[in-house]
Ligand binder design. Structure first.
Ligand code: FE2
Length: 227
């Protein structure tokens, strides 16, 4: 199966002035596209050729893993950004308040983690396997999908995400990230996961462009009620 570079869920200039059209043109059209194309070349005629992206991430290593994981991470990152301001839903806000003390404390802890990650990588808000909210960072291509954690929000802190607009000022880019963070998308995943955990109910995941659909579909198969 050929993996596809998804279109951005907004126009190239939609995140200006915070993230420029030039950054998105290179980040999506060169870096993200490069990972997808390399992955397709690497898996041709191998055991990975017919696997889903998530399966490749969990079963491969080395250069195939790197390109598969970076493909997933970027698919997810574009949905973590929104051109218009969004707010977390009431259930997600309550979970953040309960876990981190307040939204402000959560944002500070997330920003500190993102800024202090050594080298290239990602900062994440995830739900772990016990449905506990966690802030975590992953180096290089690593991704919470490896640990069967569910990402809600991510900030790409590879230099290619911010160098054109902010040069080496990662902290300024991370501060700006909060003007773009897509809480609507994070809330939808959070509520889908909560929904999945109610016995006897079947989940809904009807958006073919949502990179989380594969995960939700996989969980739904695990959670299908046995009669
Ligand atoms: Fe990136």
């Amino acid at each position: 199966m050929l993996h596809q570079l998804p279109d951005l869920p907004y126009a190239m200039d939609a995140l200006e002035p915070h993230i420029s059209k030039e950054t998105l043109k290179y980040h999506h059209g060169k870096h993200h596209a490069g990972y997808v194309n390399k992955l397709n070349t690497l898996i041709k005629d191998t055991e990975y050729e017919e696997l889903s992206l998530e399966q490749i991430i969990r079963q491969s290593n080395g250069v195939i893993f790197n390109n598969a994981a970076q493909t997933f991470n970027h698919n997810f990152y574009w949905h973590s950004l929104s051109p218009s301001p969004t707010e977390p839903s009431a259930p997600l806000k309550k979970a953040i308040d309960d876990t981190f003390g307040s939204m402000e404390k959560f944002q500070k802890a997330f920003s500190d983690a993102a800024v202090n990650l050594f080298g290239s990588g990602w900062a994440w808000l995830v739900l772990d396997q016990h449905e506990k909210l966690l802030i975590k960072t992953t180096g290089n291509a690593h991704t919470p999908i490896e640990e069967y954690e569910t990402p809600l929000l991510t900030c790409d802190v590879w230099e290619h995400a911010y160098y054109i607009d902010y040069r080496n000022a990662r902290a300024t880019y991370v501060e700006t990230f909060w003007k773009l963070a897509n809480w609507e998308h994070a809330s939808k995943i959070f509520e889908d996961i909560e929904y999945l955990n109610k016995p006897g109910l079947l989940p809904l995941c009807n958006d073919p462009d949502d990179p989380l659909c594969d995960i939700i579909d996989e969980m739904s198969q695990q959670n299908e009620p046995t009669t």
